[in-house]
Design a protein around this ligand. Structure first.
Ligand SMILES: [Mg+2]
Length: 175
């Protein structure tokens, strides 16, 4: 049952999934990958607590289905927005607008949407440019670790999936 106002957009690679564990087939599809410690628990807890959760992810639909089905989590999010199907990748606004459309949100809802991701250029800047709250999952050695542009600066920074539920509960109280 959804009873929270806050809406959580989540990245996958190096946010919930450990990208270094990914195994690929000959077509470049991810066949399996490990979740980061606490990631399954965080996703399940956000859902259980009544937050609307939308995965906003760059990659192939089959890859996400493989990985999240294997962990029993594919059907936990309320929606998936996948770049292969959208035809654009984050930080392109089309990815975020597609999520709004899938969830039936309007521009007035932007203040209650938060985007969580490890990539400053894609997730944080993408969210900031849309007027969403941004949370940087600062964990992976991959990608960027300095704010190369003014709109790469996150509203909040966490390093572990276990921090997500407490942060979202705090943000919900602030709405
Ligand atoms: Mg990522």
């Amino acid at each position: 049952m959804t009873n929270k106002r806050l809406i959580v957009f989540l990245d996958s690679g190096d946010t919930l999934v450990d990208e270094s564990s990914q195994e690929f087939d000959e077509r470049g599809i991810v066949t399996r990958a490990e979740l980061r410690p606490g990631a399954a628990e965080a996703l399940l807890a956000l859902h259980r607590e009544g937050f609307t959760v939308c995965m906003v992810v760059d990659g192939e639909a089959e890859s996400f289905r493989n990985v999240y089905t294997a962990h029993g989590l594919y059907d936990v999010p309320d929606a998936w927005v996948i770049s292969e199907l959208v035809g654009k990748q984050k930080p392109d606004k089309t990815m975020f607008l597609t999520a709004f459309e899938k969830l039936g949100l309007t521009p007035e809802d932007r203040s209650r949407v938060v985007m969580v991701g490890n990539n400053l250029k894609k997730d944080v800047a993408g969210a900031n440019r849309m007027g969403l709250k941004s949370v940087w999952m600062d964990w992976s050695p991959r990608y960027f670790h300095t704010y190369e542009e003014a709109d790469w600066v996150p509203d909040y920074t966490v390093s572990s999936p276990s921090e997500l539920l407490p942060l979202m509960l705090t943000l919900e109280e602030k709405l």
